[in-house]
Each structure stands twice: as C-alpha cells, then as structure tokens.
Design a protein around this ligand. Structure first.
Ligand code: UDP
Length: 253
C-alpha cells in the first residue's frame, strides 16, 4: 500500500447531522454521503486504515419531538438504531465507490451486521477494509462521540478525526464574529477550561486518560480528510502533551 498518510490507522467520527447537507432537516442527503465515500476512498488509497463511527442525529432528532416524555434509556436505544441506518447507507456508498467494508454493530442484528468483535475489526482493517461501527457503545446514556473514543482506543487508532461542518475549533463563533480565530493546535485541558464544545465530557475524559489526540476538521470540503492525514494545517489538532510550549496556537489574523 502507498504510504502517503502520516498515520497508519485512524478512527473517523462522522456526525449524523452532517449527513443532512444544506437542504434537508431530516434523513440523508445523497450527495453528501456520496462525497464522503469519495473522500474516504482517497484516504484508503493514501494508505490509511480507516474505521468509522457514525452518529444518528439526522434521523433521531427528527423523531425526538414525537418522543417527548419517553423514558431516556428507551429513547437512547432508538438513537442507536438510527446510527445503524446511517451505517448501512454509508456502507453501501463506500462499496459503490469501490471499497471493501464491514459493518459491526454494538447491538446484535446479525442479518445486517457483524457483532462488534475487537480482534475481528482489527483484522478487517489490516486487510484494507473500512470498518463501520454502528449502534454507538450499545449502552444508553452515551453518545457516538464516546463510542468513537472507546472504539478508537480499542483498535489502537493513532488519532480520532472528527469530521464536522466547520473547519475546526474557533476562539468564538466564526459565523457571528469576524475576529474569531481558528485554533491550529490546542491542549485538551485548555479546551476543557474554555468550555469549547467539541466532544462531550465522557468522550474527552476517555481521550485524556490515554492521551489520544483528536483532529477536528470540515469533512464537507473536498480533500480535507487527506490533508489531515498528510499532516497539513487544516482544522484543529487537540493534543495532551504536557511539554508543549503553549496551551494553544491560534491562526494568524
Ligand atoms: N446513543 C446512545 N448510546 C451510544 C451512542 C448513541 O444511547 O453509545 C444514542 C443517544 O440517544 C444519541 C443518539 O444515539 O443521542 C444518536 O447519537 P448522537 O447524538 O451521538 O449522534 P450525532 O449527534 O453524532 O449525529
């Protein structure tokens, strides 16, 4: 395999909400998912092993209104099923793009997905298959960010990439504030201190304990995933390195 990637194995977290694209408020935008598949194909061609955790917000939040008053745990299981719908859609798009894939689920549904088996997932990755982890952690009261941190650690990923709709973490909301600067690099503790909402606390704490680096970037911009994998300056790198010279480095104005 080509070695254009600076990383051998990464865990890519894709939010369900990003699958909405710009026109929809429910479901999956065909163009977005097809573009994602192309981006992931390029990353595999670069030589990276890619595992993916996908969220469910695009489907789940659409039905949340109808669920007012529902027991939390019950609703969370519905959320986990929503991630499986996205996982199946992404699997199909990836295979249409020419990739080999496996979908593993944290909740047993053997007709459509393998159960999550850590060693098996690693073997698939070694063979160049893209592995999608669906159904979150399999437990209510968690999020798919936490599933990404957990699975990323389990499969020995070198970094968790969070593909979102914005190009990283900013000092202020870039849509409302012209002076907002992108953090190029930031220490995880500094991010927590500033209450920058990048991942929920459970996910961050897991990353912190194992010094798992994160990279937040705009997955909607063509070529960005490969740029991150090649170490280019896009998005925001979150590190846990105590020796780092400054708690953060912000973009030049
Ligand atoms: N969920 C859960 N346990 C998990 C992962 C997800 O209960 O380990 C549920 C939870 O209700 C969550 C929903 O599934 O709100 C969809 O996941 P999430 O909100 O993280 O998706 P995203 O915001 O990334 O689209």
């Amino acid at each position: 395999m080509s070695t254009g990637s600076s990383y051998t194995r990464v865990l890519l977290k894709l939010s369900g909400e990003a699958l909405l694209g710009t026109e929809r408020d429910f479901g999956i935008d065909e163009t977005v998912i097809r573009n994602y598949a192309q981006e992931i194909k390029s990353a595999v061609d670069l030589g990276a092993e890619i595992a993916i955790v996908i969220g469910g917000g695009n489907i789940f939040r659409g039905v949340q209104n109808a669920m007012k008053g529902m027991t939390r745990a019950h609703a969370d299981y519905m959320g986990m099923l929503a991630t499986m719908i996205n996982g199946m859609a992404l699997q199909d798009a990836l295979e249409q793009a020419g990739l080999q894939t496996r979908l593993q689920s944290s909740i047993k549904m053997e007709e459509i997905a393998e159960p999550f088996i850590r060693r098996r997932a690693i073997r698939h990755l070694e063979k160049g298959r893209v592995v999608i982890f669906g159904a979150g952690t399999g437990n209510p009261y968690f999020t798919t960010d936490t599933a990404a941190a957990l699975r990323g650690l389990e499969i020995d990923a070198e970094m968790i990439l969070k593909g979102t709709r914005v190009n990283g973490v900013f000092t202020a909301d870039p849509e409302k504030n012209d002076d907002a600067k992108r953090f190029v690099r930031i220490h995880g503790d500094e991010m927590i201190r500033r209450s920058l909402q990048v991942m929920d606390m459970t996910a961050l704490t897991l990353c912190r304990e194992s010094a798992m680096p994160l990279h937040i970037f705009d997955m909607g911009m063509s070529g960005n995933l490969n740029r991150v994998l090649q170490g280019e300056n896009v998005g925001t790198q979150v590190h846990w390195n105590e020796e780092a010279e400054a708690p953060y480095v912000a973009e030049e104005a």
